[in-house]
Design a protein around this ligand. Structure first.
Ligand code: SF4
Ligand code: SF4
Length: 220
């Protein structure tokens, strides 16, 4: 089953316990610099984003169930963006994305690192190999496989580079797909409606994004 971690990704299963001495930073924050906003060293109290409760430890099962229940409703919302995109859509998307990641703490989640994996481009492989002081071929042999679409993806999940505290051991050099996930700050976002819908099933931020975008559009 293809995921939407990147624009064309791969699921896999297995359990690795990632360990690395590399410097840590925001982790699961595939989602780029912005997604890391909610990090906190103190335990959060329960709260609400939109209609959905979030907890100090993200209630992923709850999010997933809600996303399944709301698939059709969400599809409609995204379809509207495609059929009648407002002039300032990119601005509203960016604003909504920012709002979501002010509330969502990827370090309490890391579901994307645990359940899907990024596609590794040649540039990613070169950069990460250099960082790990490995030859690209050795890096590939150790961590990657080629999937049915000839994409380079992780051999196993959770991602080998995910630390137990949900930080990413290769944060500074992580794959482009990790930086961009869940693509909720993308211009002309309606072009990836099919991926956004898929992402709502694994990513609380993507779910919240779709929940909020309609309200934000109505306000404008
Ligand atoms: S699944 Fe979404 S909310 Fe969870 S860590 Fe990944 S980007 Fe953040
Ligand atoms: S490299 Fe692995 S741990 Fe790091 S952000 Fe990407 S999927 Fe997560």
């Amino acid at each position: 089953m293809k995921s939407s971690f990147y624009l064309g990704g791969q699921f896999a299963l297995s359990a690795h316990t990632p360990r690395s001495a590399a410097p840590l930073r925001s982790a699961a924050s595939l989602r780029g610099n912005r997604s890391y906003r909610g990090r906190s060293s103190v335990i959060k109290t329960n709260g609400f984003i939109g209609n959905i409760a979030y907890f100090c430890i993200m209630n992923l099962e709850f999010y997933k169930n809600q996303a399944v229940l709301k698939q059709k409703e969400h599809q409609k919302i995204l379809e509207t963006l495609k059929k009648r995109p407002p002039k300032n859509l990119d601005y509203i998307v960016q604003e909504t994305h920012e709002e979501v990641f002010e509330k969502i703490d990827c370090l309490q989640c890391a579901n994307c690192c645990k359940t899907t994996g990024p596609l590794f481009t040649e540039k990613d492989i070169e950069r990460i190999s250099r960082h790990l002081r490995l030859k690209p071929a050795d890096f590939e042999a150790k961590y990657l496989r080629t999937d049915e679409d000839r994409d380079k993806v992780l051999q196993n999940l959770p991602c080998w580079f995910l630390n137990v505290d949900n930080t990413c051991s290769i944060y500074e050099v992580r794959p482009k797909a990790c930086r961009e996930f869940p693509h909720t700050d993308r211009k002309k976002i309606y072009q990836i409606n099919h991926l956004t819908i898929k992402n709502t099933l694994i990513c609380p931020a993507a779910f919240e994004f779709v929940e909020r975008i309609q309200k934000n559009l109505e306000k404008k």
